[in-house]
Design a binder for this molecule. Structure first.
Ligand SMILES: O=C(O)CCC(=O)C(=O)O
Length: 274
């Protein structure tokens, strides 16, 4: 199947702040991801699978060193092509995470905007959210507020460290109108893409079905991933420390000329692009 986005899909992304492309991952790619996730769970029973940050960075989660597959998946052409259609031909990958949502007690992801805690100037990124399992209303699929990205405003977020959520930055219900929120239900191998300003979250998983999703964050290189500002955000807001975050140029060149591709040198794995 042609994995490029058509003009209608691009227009819907711009209007709603997210899209589920009509193309999906090949069966071979999905099988590789599913097998890698099973292996991660088998080799690391000590890791809480609700939220696995940066599986593509060795030892980011202490002891997790078999990270190459997770970097390889970030470079799948069937993922990069639609990303390029949305943000242009010059972009880098700076983040990944697995939101595993185990059956019966998978944690809620509170409503939030990703941009609240990312050190990117000007703020720009897309997230690709790949369904490893069926992702449904029952098992806590991604929920988004369509159009909430358009003003590019960031809502007031509250920090919540009590461990009930996958993330600690929360927009309180009173602050946003979630009446128009929609569920993004996906089959394994389908994926959604959402904008950095979009309000989104997901409910807890109280069903008997696991709901694992794999995410990658890509930003156009017209923006600057500011490592210094990242350190400042950690000190003042308590955000995850991204001051040494490794950046991978996925396509094109560094347009702004300020992105530091030497950061996190010891963590850098070889990037193999097709
Ligand atoms: O999968 C989830 O529950 C939340 C994912 C999310 O917030 C994100 O990818 O930005």
């Amino acid at each position: 199947m042609n994995d490029r986005l058509n003009p209608d899909e691009i227009a819907r992304y711009q209007r709603d702040g997210y899209i589920v492309p009509r193309a999906r991952l090949s069966e071979a790619s999905l099988n590789r991801i599913t097998a890698a996730y099973a292996e991660l769970g088998r080799a690391h029973p000590e890791i809480g699978l609700d939220f696995v940050p940066s599986p593509h960075v060795p030892n980011y989660v202490p002891g997790l060193v078999d990270c190459q597959p997770w970097l390889d998946f970030a470079a799948l052409p069937e993922v990069l092509n639609p990303v390029e259609d949305l943000i242009g031909g010059d972009f880098l990958m700076w983040g990944s995470a697995i939101f595993g949502k185990p059956a019966n007690d998978g944690k809620e992801t509170p409503m939030h905007q990703d941009g609240e805690y990312w050190p990117i100037k000007p703020l720009a990124s897309v997230t690709v959210w790949i369904a490893i399992d069926h992702s449904t209303n029952e098992n806590g699929c991604l929920r988004v507020v369509p159009g909430s990205h358009r003003s590019k405003d960031l809502y007031q977020h509250r920090r919540d460290d009590d461990g009930a959520y996958t993330l600690n930055q929360v927009i309180d219900d009173e602050a946003i109108d979630t009446r128009d929120a929609v569920d993004i239900e996906l089959e394994p191998g389908q994926f959604s893409i959402h904008d950095v300003h979009l309000v989104h979250g997901s409910r807890p998983n109280v069903s008997g079905q696991r709901r694992a999703g794999l995410t990658y964050r890509y930003m156009p290189t017209t923006s600057h991933f500011d490592h210094e500002y990242a350190g400042e955000m950690t000190r003042t807001m308590g955000t995850t420390d991204m001051s040494d975050r490794v950046l991978y140029l996925m396509r094109g060149v560094d347009r702004c000329g300020r992105n530091d591709f030497s950061a996190g040198a010891g963590d850098r794995l070889p990037l193999v692009t097709a």
